[in-house]
Design a protein around this ligand. Structure first.
Ligand code: NAD
Ligand code: DAU
Length: 339
């Protein structure tokens, strides 16, 4: 099969590209990315040794280039990871989130229709469901939970999901959507909680915890997310949505304390800062549909996964140092100017 992975130089896209190359050596893998601040070709360095791998730099919003490319390539499956993905950036400047996450998805689906792609898979997020109360520990997001996005980022992802379903019903495009909870693992950009805290702790810098640190996220190792996407895009039913999550709910403050403990750094580095605007309280996924219908099960437990992840960042100091210079410093100073 001929598979296009968009957003392949980002965190999950790069992990997924490795997953596909190893798991399905018979398939041809084309990785596409615009290489924004979040895209890093170094993440795909290890893919070059695979003869079935190639990379193209392209903007998913650039209709002419995307059409020319699809006409030439004859893709069987398109899996779309390309997105602006950071909630705090969407609060600072929403517009690029709408253009990439909504219009970019539309352009890709138009190309899929025009050039006969057999399956379009949209990588979505549990954030489209909004949040759950902190108190009701037995409530979960199911695929039937109404969309109720809180941030410009999650609103743009929800809009894209609605558009995917509209293309499925109106034009008969063969689609699937997966909605996953928070991922952690190698190659995550250090604007996100876990790599940011590891990087700051490593340099004995303050660890900025929003509000009281009691918001809950449902953490899943990126490898388990990739395994879920692989199943859904190949075996999922046309027009269906699948939630992906591993029942791993943690309060932010507990995640931060685990990182400090693993790095043997003092809790005095924790610095409580102003809360995120509109901060979602709790995410928690009910993954029973993907487990039941596609036989998916996570392999990582959080304790093992977080230890391996911390080690990975410590072993990849050069990778971290390169991406935390330049644009990152400007963003960091603007975002965390009060600490
Ligand atoms: P990321 O920010 O690390 O990567 C996004 C990639 O998309 C980058 O490589 C970037 O260069 C590329 N990109 C951005 N705009 C583009 C454009 N116009 N054309 C082509 N490429 C473009 O994000 P991530 O964390 O890897 O997330 C990937 C996808 O998974 C996103 O759609 C996100 O909504 C979703 N998701 C993320 C998580 C998570 O915890 N990180 C959880 C669930 C779902
Ligand atoms: O749930 C899936 C989503 O998870 C994905 O769709 C998003 O792309 C991804 O970025 C992530 O969103 P979050 O907003 O949950 O992730 P983030 O790492 O930004 O924050 C995790 C929690 O940690 C959140 O409650 C905010 C808090 N936080 C974050 C940062 C960056 C802090 O307390 N301090 C920080 O400096």
């Amino acid at each position: 099969m001929n598979i296009l992975i968009t957003g392949a130089a980002g965190f999950i896209g790069s992990n997924f590209t490795y997953y596909e190359l190893d798991k399905h050596p018979e398939d041809r893998i084309v990785a596409l990315d615009l290489l924004t601040y979040a895209g890093n070709l170094k993440n795909l360095e290890g893919c070059k040794k695979y003869p079935q791998f190639s990379f193209v730099k392209m903007d998913i919003r650039d209709r002419d280039s995307i059409y020319k490319f699809f006409e030439k390539e004859n893709f069987d499956i398109v899996v779309n990871f390309a997105a602006e993905s950071h909630v705090d950036r969407s609060i600072m400047d929403p517009e690029v989130f709408l253009s990439t996450n909504v219009i970019g998805t539309e352009v890709l689906m138009d190309a899929c229709l025009k050039y006969g792609v057999k399956r379009f898979h949209q990588v979505s997020t549990d954030e489209v469901y909004g949040d759950l109360p902190l108190e009701t520990k037995d409530s979960f997001f199911t695929e039937e939970t109404p969309l109720h996005a809180s941030s410009p980022y999650s609103a743009s992802k929800a809009a894209a999901d609605l558009l995917v379903n509209a293309y499925n019903r109106t034009y008969g495009l063969n689609t699937t959507i997966s909605r996953c909870s928070n991922n952690y693992g190698p190659y995550q950009f250090p604007e996100k909680l876990i790599p940011l805290m590891i990087n700051n702790a490593r340099h004995d810098r303050p660890l900025p915890v929003y509000g009281k640190g009691i918001n809950i996220r449902d953490w899943l190792h990126v490898y388990d997310h990739c395994a879920g996407i692989d199943l859904v895009m190949r075996k999922g039913k046309n027009g269906e949505v699948y939630n992906i999550g591993g029942h791993n709910e943690k309060r932010n403050i507990d995640v931060v304390k685990t990182i400090l403990k693993e790095l043997d750094k003092p809790e005095s580095l924790i610095t409580y800062v102003a809360d995120r605007k509109g901060h979602d309280l709790r995410y928690a996924i009910d993954p029973s549909k993907i487990e039941r219908e596609l036989g998916w099960k996570p392999v990582y437990d959080f304790d093992t996964g977080i230890k391996e992840t911390i080690e990975w960042y410590l072993d990849h100091e050069e990778w971290m140092n390169e991406i935390t210079s330049g644009e990152y410093l400007r963003y960091y100073e603007e975002m965390y100017k009060d600490i």
